[in-house]
Write a protein that binds this ligand. Structure first.
Ligand code: FEO
Length: 383
């Protein structure tokens, strides 16, 4: 697949995977992207997951048309991209690996070889000329591992963005970009907002016409829209007006209160109410929606003198990712000693810039008239 006259796509689609990175469901599969730049010198940009080595090498050879690659540029050492380094280095014994010093340490750890006599170690801002194309390497630590570099080709104005601007989903499935890119970002890179902001600041100084990520489609139109979303996500801004309600319910009584609140919110003109049953719905989707909207309602049961397990897991997922800048409301249920609201508040104590609503709803077993009035008051506060 041609990206520009000299840049070709040689990646693969994975429809076999059950859980990406051992935890994320990917109903539409996953793409591991790789590219080759054909110039006086030839550079291969990253490899693919271990299971697709043969297919990838065949894609590469077909684009090479008998030529030999001079460089393998390794931007990221996570095995979904690095697992075929050895395969390429064996197939092309004259090739040189180009990567960051930290990546070579990981190469040795993962694959037993750091190519001491066949490598170029690059630092932030250094360049490599292929002929017409000059590649400049930009350090992007923690987007998403510490060794990451991204690469700017000033000839075709292409940013090879590593995991940045990636998404879940194979490339032979047509689906909305933002939905799976947001779930991917908050799942995988979400903790590293500050580092992503730094990378965006560097990207702003470059004239970019095409973004070639390691997952998801090549982006070549409306780049401002994608950059803007990344700016909102990595600065923990609010992307959409609305309320996210995350709940757990053991016998359906907490759920009843949640559905009642949702009705009241809609009646009050709330533009969007997203609801997630944390025990049954995709956790990564619940996490992304919590960062997407500016208001979050947490409804749960007291359990073993603490918070119900799925809510506990969910809160840890938010906290790990630096949850902040939002309004939070609490609904707790407990038949004899409800403590969930107090426990949640103390868990969220260290989160920056959270505002708790005045109304906290305490249900004792099942919703009563007083709870209904509280839910109405809460809906008014939130909308
Ligand atoms: Fe797609 Fe962080 O690897």
């Amino acid at each position: 697949m041609k990206i520009t006259n000299d840049i070709r796509y040689i990646g693969v689609n994975d429809h076999e995977i059950d859980l990406f990175e051992g935890q994320y469901t990917v109903p539409n599969g996953m793409a591991y992207n790789s590219y080759v730049i054909l110039d006086e010198k030839i550079a291969v940009m990253d490899t693919v997951d271990a299971r697709f080595g043969e297919e990838w090498l065949a894609n590469l050879k077909s684009e090479l048309d008998g030529k030999t690659p001079d460089y393998l540029i390794v931007q990221h050492m996570e095995p979904d991209h690095s697992s075929n380094i050895t395969r390429l280095m064996q197939a092309f014994p004259s090739a040189t690996v180009v990567s960051s010093d930290r990546a070579f340490v990981m190469m040795k750890q993962f694959f037993g070889d750091d190519y001491a006599d066949r490598r170029i170690v690059v630092k932030d801002g250094e360049s490599l000329s292929l002929g017409k194309h000059t590649l400049t390497f930009v350090a992007a630590p923690m987007v998403h591992w510490p060794e990451v570099i991204v690469t700017y080709d000033s000839y075709d104005k292409v940013l090879f963005s590593a995991d940045g601007f990636g998404k879940f989903g194979a490339l032979d499935v047509d689906e909305d970009w933002a939905c799976e890119a947001r779930r991917y970002y908050f799942g995988i890179v979400g903790k590293y907002g500050a580092q992503t902001q730094k990378l965006l600041a560097k990207a702003k100084t470059l004239d970019i016409e095409i973004i070639c990520p390691l997952h998801g489609p090549v982006l070549s139109e409306n780049l401002g829209d994608y950059l803007n979303l990344y700016d909102i996500w990595s600065s923990y801004g609010v992307e959409s007006e609305g309320v996210m309600i995350a709940y757990t319910s053991v016998y359906g009584n907490t759920k009843k209160a949640v559905l009642r609140l949702a009705e009241e919110l809609r009646a009050n003109g709330c533009p969007k109410v997203a609801i997630a049953d944390l025990a049954r719905d995709d956790m990564a989707e619940s996490v992304e929606d919590s960062f997407r909207y500016g208001k979050l309602v947490l409804a749960t049961t007291t359990y073993n003198g603490d918070i119900f397990p799925y809510m506990n897991t969910f809160l840890h997922a938010l906290l790990e990712r630096g949850y902040q800048n939002r309004t939070v409301a609490l609904i707790e249920n407990g038949s004899w000693a409800p403590v969930a609201a107090k426990k949640i508040k103390s868990m969220l104590e260290g989160s920056k810039n959270l505002t708790f609503t005045e109304t906290t709803v305490t249900i004792r077993s099942a919703m009563n008239d007083e709870n209904e009035a509280q839910l109405s008051a809460l809906a008014k506060e939130l909308c």
